[in-house]
Design a binder for this molecule. Sequence first.
Ligand code: HEC
Length: 138
Amino acid sequence: MQPLPTCTTWANPVGPPCQPGQRAATRGRYEESALRKIPLVLAAAVAALGAAHASAQGGDPNLGRNLAATCANCHGTNGVSVDVVESLAGMPRDEIVRKMQDYKKGTKPGTIMPQIAKGYTDAQIEVLGAWFAAQKAK
Ligand code: HEC
C-alpha cells in the first residue's frame, strides 16, 4: 500500500488540507506542539491547588474572616444578625461546628444551610466555628 501524502491539520500546518479518513503526518511535529506543554500546565495547577489547601489548614491569618464573609449576608456583619436569621457571633465554637456538620450530613433540617454546609471542608468548618465564637455578640 502506498503511504498517504502529508496533509494539513492543526498539528501539521504544511501541505494540503486533510480529507476524511486521511491520516496526517504529525510525527515529529508533536515534539514542538503545544500538546507537550500540557503536563507542565497540569503540574502548575496541582501545585496551586496544594498551596490553597495549605492555607485552608490555617496558614492564612485572615482565613476565618474571609470564610465568614460569605455568611454575613444572612447572619449579619461579623455574625451579628439584624434580622430573623440567628446570630453566630459568640455562639460556642463546638455548637457552630456541630450544627454545620449536622447540616452537612443532612441530620439537621434547614431551608438553605444544608446546601451551604456541603460546600465547606471539615477544616474550614472548624475555622468558621472558631472565628464566630470569638466575635462579640451585641
Ligand atoms: C443565604 C442565607 C445564609 C447564608 C449565606 C448562611 N446562612 Fe446560616 N442560616 C441561614 C438560615 C435561613 C438558617 C436557619 C436554618 C435554615 O433554614 O437553613 C441558618 C442557620 C445557621 C446555623 C444554625 C443556627 C442555630 O442556632 O440553629 C448555623 C450554625 C449557621 N447558619 C452557620 C452559617 C455559616 C457558618 C455560614 C457561612 C459559611 C452561613 N450560615 C451562611 C441562612 C444563611
